[in-house]
Ligand binder design. Structure first.
Ligand code: GLY
Ligand code: MN
Length: 462
């Protein structure tokens, strides 16, 4: 946990942004795997963690934005629980650690909410993403569970995003711990990338690494020789010489801060000429994005810069043609990179996505671009000091997409389909780093996972 004043200060700043009504925060509960007592690993809600820091199921909190009162709701364990789980700290002691002086049994939450409703006060809440909390909110507010998201509080959403978007020094130190674990996950995968090895075995060993640090993976590991499938969780392949293995994975620390890296390596460690050429374009795009990221530039601009590097590189290889600027404007590069350059990262690997991506990644000044590929850009707005985000360009050869564009004659003036056909079984390359925006530019968080062609060739199988 961070020092007590960190949480108290976050709530104080939230109160400065919200001036009426009450804020309702629901923690997460245990989630059963196959019967109630056999649960998935517990993951606290990230906004609850941000403001109340307590990693425990069965909690909720309210902040009165007018009187300033803060109450943590939960139940102390009883003898039956102690027999199975051991003695647990009292709720009031947990609350004191995050600077909250008032606690109440969970059952009292409904009374407090009802009292606010009776006084016609606004009950601000964030959009729930778990069924249990939708039902609970439905009960508390007298709304059908299917409709609770509709009535979430937009001012509350925006205030929480405003605070959580800027990472403080404690958070950055924690993200760097996640990066160190992510580094170990990736280097482990690289060392095992030898022909005959199974993807599943590598994925399993990689997933286990954060557990030994009291953490967890920040999302299920993506690892495959079929890297052209962007989020490939099928690990059924056996590594073959001549193919590329794409690994996209990261850790979350015991305090639930995330890392998220992607690397692509040749099985057995030696790139073919064709692989080297495509790899270097993706690396150039990644480096260009890092060099350009700084306060004041929009990430949409940075995305388009990376897209131009990709289009220019593919043109130089004869895969694209025509004017690069015009090709990117037309979205032709998106056949090779049908996704955005990156997303915010923090307590969630896609930070705050539950609150609404449009509010996290965009604002009135920067609106999403409604074009295939760029439409998937999760973060487009102007960068600010303290943002943490991913930089993850890629080039993929997706046979179904190539065939569709060719048949529909999409962007034929910018794509040399005959040449592209020679790459149908190439797979995909993505290279992802995590960036902290500083006053003057940005820095890559953690020790950079091996990324140059030389570094990769010196790590794979070693
Ligand atoms: N690394 C997974 C993602 O960004 O979607
Ligand atoms: Mn990512």
């Amino acid at each position: 946990m961070f020092p007590t004043n960190v949480y108290a200060d976050r709530r104080k700043r939230l109160k400065q942004l919200m001036n009426s009504g009450i804020g309702l925060f629901l923690g997460n509960n245990e989630s059963p795997m196959n019967y109630p007592d056999n649960t998935f690993h517990f993951r606290q809600d990230s906004s609850f963690l941000y403001f109340f820091g307590i990693e425990h199921p069965g909690l909720a909190a309210i902040i009165d934005f007018e009187s300033g009162e803060e109450i943590l709701f939960g139940n102390d364990v009883e003898i039956d629980d102690i027999i199975w789980m051991g003695v647990q700290p009292l709720l009031k002691d947990k609350a004191a650690k995050v600077g909250v002086s008032k606690t109440a049994p969970f059952a009292k939450l409904a009374e407090h909410i009802q009292a606010a409703i009776n006084q016609s006060r606004s009950v601000h809440y964030l959009p729930p993403y778990r069924g249990e909390n939708k039902i609970l909110l439905g009960d508390l507010l007298g709304i059908h569970p299917a409709k609770v998201n509709q009535y979430r509080s937009l001012p509350f959403v925006k205030a929480v995003i405003q605070l959580r978007s800027i990472k403080d020094t404690y958070e950055i130190a924690e993200i760097e711990k996640a990066c160190a674990i992510g580094y170990e996950m990736h280097v482990t995968a690289m060392k095992m990338a030898i022909a005959g090895e199974s993807e599943q075995k590598i994925a399993g060993l990689v997933e286990a690494i954060p557990l030994k640090y009291g953490g967890h993976y920040s999302f299920p590991v993506i690892l495959s020789q079929n890297g052209q499938t962007l989020h490939n969780h099928d690990h059924s392949g056996i590594l073959q010489e001549g193919r590329l293995m794409l690994t996209d994975c990261g850790a979350e620390t015991s305090m639930r801060y995330a890392s998220d890296f992607t690397r692509t390596v040749p099985v057995n460690g030696k790139f073919t000429q064709k692989q080297k050429e495509i790899y270097q374009i993706v690396l150039d795009a990644n480096n260009k994005a890092t060099a350009a990221s700084k306060p004041g530039i929009t990430y949409q601009q940075v995305h388009l810069m990376a897209a131009r590097v990709i289009a220019q590189g593919l043109k130089d290889l004869g895969l694209m043609k025509g004017d690069v600027e015009a090709a990117v404007k037309a979205g032709a590069h998106a056949m090779f990179m049908p996704h955005g350059l990156g997303h915010m990262m923090g307590l969630d690997v896609h930070d705050m996505e539950d609150l609404g991506q449009i509010y996290v990644g965009y604002d009135n000044e920067t609106r999403p671009i409604d074009q295939f590929g760029t439409a998937y850009l999760r973060l487009g707005r102007k960068l600010e000091t303290g943002f943490v985000l991913t930089n993850e360009p890629g080039i993929y050869f997706i046979p179904a997409l190539i065939d569709q564009w060719k048949a529909e004659k999409t962007n034929t003036e910018f794509i040399n389909f005959d040449k592209v056909n020679e790459y149908r079984d190439f797979g995909g390359i993505r290279l992802e780093d995590d960036l902290l925006i500083t006053d003057s530019g940005c820095r890559i968080l953690g020790e950079r996972v091996p990324i140059t062609i030389e570094e990769i060739e010196n790590t794979v199988g070693k």
